[in-house]
Design a binder for this molecule. Structure first.
Ligand code: PHE
Length: 401
């Protein structure tokens, strides 16, 4: 029956105790926002792709980077985690953060899931873009579906030699903050420099002159690693993660005689800043007052979203006792998404305590309901809230207070 089988993009997956994908999320998988010519995400992606087709990224007139948009978002945990050296016990694998179809298949949580297979297929430089899925909080910059562009560039021993004039791989070295054990420091520095120049150029191509800074960070699949932040309205905003690819990944993908860099950037984040879009739900809006503001052939700098007036919110609180160890705040968030759809603008945990005698845990959440395109009535929200209370009690095994 439909209960025991999940239908996703025309394929069937047998449910098991890992299955946690919701119909609200599966329904989003058909949207294909990146293929709608005048959608702001599609416009942004076209400008990113255009950057990587410029002369500086051509060799004898031919593009170095190929562009991929059609990789399937259903992947294995092997692709999403193992192929990237993410340890078995790493918190990012948790079902409370990811959408699993069953124990063997999941919705990709990042486009990095495709690094290995694209390298194995023989590519030396590519960008790969698509929808990614994460269970997360509800606020104006988080949505269970968003979009990323991944970029990878590999260099042969000859190419590195030309950049550095010295040898690529180190013998018997140990890892330091500057380099991996198998890379010489000059290799790591040359690859890192090429990466940062490429990405600073991309940000400038999109934003024009803008203040940028590089922050050291950590990813299991790159070392050294950085985040790029840009100064926007007085605040430093993280726009991408990147680094020198772990050699073990390249070795396993049959590119053991190459070194490389990789980056991953979030398209919504960038588009919100670039076009002044105030709420991530707008990317899913069919409202002509939103969509008509983006013209596929307009120069980027001329596109500035003019927010239409906000409709009033309606706040409701819900409190319950948790008796089940399986409860997670993200499972609550998913129920809110399923019952309220895009009317849920924000969910905040406003109280949390453990009863001193019984040891029972209590949670109170405030849900801010608001429509992007009309005024909601208290009656309709009361109905949704009632439905939410029922569903939460039934599906999450909590006792309403
Ligand atoms: N996959 C990382 C993320 O989603 C971004 C990243 C990609 C970082 C490639 C380094 C290299 O956060």
């Amino acid at each position: 029956s439909s209960e025991r089988v999940l239908r996703v993009l025309g394929q069937e997956y047998a449910r098991d105790n890992m299955s946690n994908v919701t119909p609200a999320v599966v329904q989003r998988m058909d949207a294909d926002l990146l293929s709608q010519p005048s959608h702001p995400l599609a416009i942004l992606l076209r400008h990113i792709e255009e950057y990587f087709q410029q002369d500086q990224f051509r060799h004898f007139g031919r593009c170095i980077f190929s562009s991929h948009r059609n990789m399937k978002p259903v992947v294995t945990p092997q692709q999403n985690f193992d192929s990237l050296l993410i340890p078995q016990d790493h918190p990012s694998r948790s079902p409370s953060d990811n959408y699993y179809l069953n124990k063997d298949f999941m919705l990709r949580a990042h486009t990095s899931a495709h690094q290995s297979e694209l390298i194995s297929s023989g590519l030396n430089a590519f960008i790969c873009s698509g929808d990614v899925y994460r269970r997360d909080e509800i606020d104006r910059s988080h949505y269970p579906v968003f979009h990323q562009t991944e970029g990878v560039r590999l260099f042969s021993i000859d190419e590195v030699n030309k950049m550095t004039g010295s040898s690529v791989f180190a013998q018997h070295a140990s890892r330091s903050p500057e380099h991996q054990e198998s890379h010489t420091i000059t290799t790591a520095q040359a690859v890192g420099r090429d990466l940062r120049t490429t990405l600073s150029g991309l940000v400038e191509h999109l934003f024009g002159p803008v203040e940028q800074r590089w922050v050291d960070c950590y990813f299991p699949f790159t070392h050294p690693s950085w985040e790029l932040e840009i100064l926007f309205e007085g605040e430093w905003l993280e726009v991408l993660g990147c680094g020198v690819m772990e050699q073990e990944i390249l070795d396993a993908a049959g590119a053991d005689n190459k070194v490389g860099w990789a980056f991953g950037l979030g398209l919504e984040r960038l588009a919100m800043v670039l076009f002044g879009i105030p709420d991530i739900r707008l990317f899913w809006s069919k409202d002509p007052r939103f969509l008509s503001q983006f013209k596929h052939d307009a120069p980027l700098a001329s596109i500035k979203f003019k927010p239409f007036s906000k409709y009033p919110p309606c706040n409701k609180d819900i409190s319950f006792w948790i008796d089940d160890d399986a409860f997670s705040d993200n499972s609550f968030t998913d129920v809110v998404r399923s019952v309220a759809g895009d009317l849920a603008e924000h969910v905040a945990l406003i109280d949390s305590f453990t009863h001193p005698k019984t040891g029972r845990r209590s949670r109170t959440f405030r849900i801010v309901y608001r429509s992007m395109d009309r005024t909601v009535t208290n009656e309709e929200i009361n109905e949704i809230q009632e439905q939410l209370r029922k569903t939460v009690a039934h599906e999450l095994h909590v006792e309403l207070r």
